[in-house]
Design a protein around this ligand. Structure first.
Ligand code: SAM
Length: 351
C-alpha cells in the first residue's frame, strides 16, 4: 500500500514547528492526519488523508515554516541501490503525465551529501519516464512536476507539485547574490522578503522612488541600505552606529532613539523592523503603527528563540491582526535567510 499525503521542506531543526503548523491547518479542515518527521531532517510528512485533499486544504502560500510543499505520492524505503528506477516506476503505476522532473534532497546535512547521486539518478530516470509517456520531451510548466527526493541512499520520497501551489525555486530556496557593498548580511533578509512575500504587482505599486520609510532597529544599516537601493528616503532608528556606506547614499537619516517609542512626524509609506525583542512586544508595536495610521506597509521580523515556535507565531499574528484595528493583509514566512525568526509583510487592505 502506498503512503500518501504531503511532503514539506523546512529549515533543519524546525520540523516540530512545521509539523505543528501543518497539523493545525489539517485540523481546521477536519482532516484526520498525523505528522511523521525526524529532528534535523529538514522535511515533514503529513499522512492519513488523500494527497489531493490535503494539497488543496493546505495551500503553500499560507504556510510559514514550509519552504516548499508537494503532494506525496509514496515513500520508498529499503531500496536495492542497484535499481531504484523500477520501484519508482512501479509506485507511479503507469499513471500521470508530468511536465518536468526534479530530483533533489531536503536541506539537511545528511541529505545534502546525496546531491551528486540525485543528479545522476535524474539523468537515468528521465529517459525511463519518457519512454513510458509519463514525462514530456520538453519542460511544460502547465503540467505537474514530478519530484524525487533523496533522503537516504536507499530511501526516496516521490511527490508532485503544481505551478500555482509551490515555491518557484528548487527546494524552496531562492538563490540571492550577496551584494559586497551591503552593510550587513541581514540586508539579504529584506531583499528576500521583498521577493518572496510581495507579489510582482505589489512590488510595482508599493515600492517607488521618493517614498518615505522608517527602519526600527536599523544598525548597522543593511535594511536601510536595501530601502535606499529602491530610492526610498529612510529614517534609520537605532542607538547603535550606522555603517558609513549606508549613510553615504544620502537617502538615510540616522536618528538615535528607542524604536518602541519613536513615531514619525507624519504618516509614511513604509515601516520595517528588525529589533531583537520578544515577538509579542514587537507584534503589539507593529499593530500600533497601523492602528495610528503611521504607515501603510510594513515588513518586520519576529524573533523566535522559544521551543513552541508555531504556537508563538500564531499567537503573535493573531495579536497583531486584532490590534491593528483596521483590515490589514499579512503574509509571513520563515525565509531562507531567517534563522530563529520569521518575517512578516503587512499592508493596509484598501478594498
Ligand atoms: C539584528 S540588528 C538589525 C540589523 C539591521 N536590520 C541590518 O540589516 O543591519 C538589531 C538592531 O536592533 C537594535 N535595537 C534593539 N532594540 C532597540 C530599540 N528598542 N530601539 C532601537 N533599536 C533597537 C539594536 O541596537 C540592533 O542594532
Amino acid at each position: 500500500m502506498s503512503t500518501e499525503g504531503l511532503l514539506a521542506y523546512c529549515r533543519p531543526g524546525f520540523e516540530p514547528d512545521l509539523a505543528a503548523e501543518l497539523s493545525w491547518h489539517a485540523a481546521q479542515k477536519g482532516l484526520p492526519v498525523y505528522a511523521k518527521t525526524q529532528k534535523n531532517s529538514a522535511y515533514v510528512l503529513l499522512l492519513g488523508a488523500p494527497r489531493e485533499q490535503l494539497a488543496e486544504a493546505i495551500p503553500y502560500r499560507e504556510l510559514i515554516f514550509a519552504r516548499q510543499k508537494y503532494a506525496l505520492i509514496d515513500e520508498l524505503q529499503g531500496l536495492d541501490v542497484q535499481d531504484r528506477i523500477t520501484p519508482v516506476l512501479e509506485a507511479l503505476g503507469g499513471k500521470g503525465r508530468y511536465g518536468e522532473l526534479s530530483v533533489e534532497t531536503p536541506d539537511s546535512d545528511d541529505a545534502r551529501q546525496l546531491a551528486g547521486l540525485a543528479k545522476a539518478f535524474g539523468n537515468a530516470l528521465r529517459p525511463a519516464l519518457r519512454q513510458r509517456g509519463l514525462l514530456t520531451d520538453k519542460p511544460n510548466p502547465k503540467l505537474p512536476t514530478l519530484h524525487v527526493a533523496f533522503v537516504g541512499n536507499n530511501h526516496l520520497l516521490l511527490a508532485s507539485s503544481t505551478e500555482n501551489d509551490r515555491a518557484p525555486w528548487p527546494m524552496g530556496i531562492p538563490r540571492l547574490k550577496q551584494d559586497p557593498r551591503a552593510p550587513s548580511r541581514s540586508a539579504m533578509k529584506l531583499d528576500e522578503a521583498i521577493l518572496c512575500l510581495m507579489t510582482p504587482a505589489e512590488r510595482m505599486d508599493l515600492i517607488a522612488p521618493g517614498m518615505q520609510a522608517a527602519d526600527l532597529g536599523a544598525a548597522p544599516g543593511g535594511w536601510s541600505w536595501v530601502l535606499a537601493k529602491h530610492q526610498l528616503q529612510v529614517s534609520a532608528i537605532d542607538n547603535g552606529p550606522l555603517n558609513a556606506d549606508a549613510l553615504a547614499t544620502g537617502l538615510i537619516e540616522h536618528i538615535r532613539a528607542d524604536g518602541f517609542h519613536w513615531q514619525p512626524p507624519r504618516p509614511i509609506d513604509w515601516m520595517v523592523c528588525d529589533m531583537v525583542e520578544t515577538p509579542s512586544k514587537v507584534a503589539r508595536r507593529m499593530a500600533q503603527w497601523f492602528a495610528n495610521g503611521w504607515c501603510r506597509n510594513a515588513i518586520f521580523n519576529l524573533k523566535l528563540p522559544m521551543k513552541k515556535r508555531w504556537e508563538e507565531t500564531a499567537l503573535c499574528l493573531d495579536l497583531f491582526t486584532a490590534q491593528c484595528g483596521k483590515p490589514v493583509r499579512i503574509r509571513a514566512k520563515q525565509l531562507y535567510h531567517d534563522r530563529e525568526e520569521i518575517t512578516v509583510f503587512a499592508r493596509l487592505d484598501r478594498k
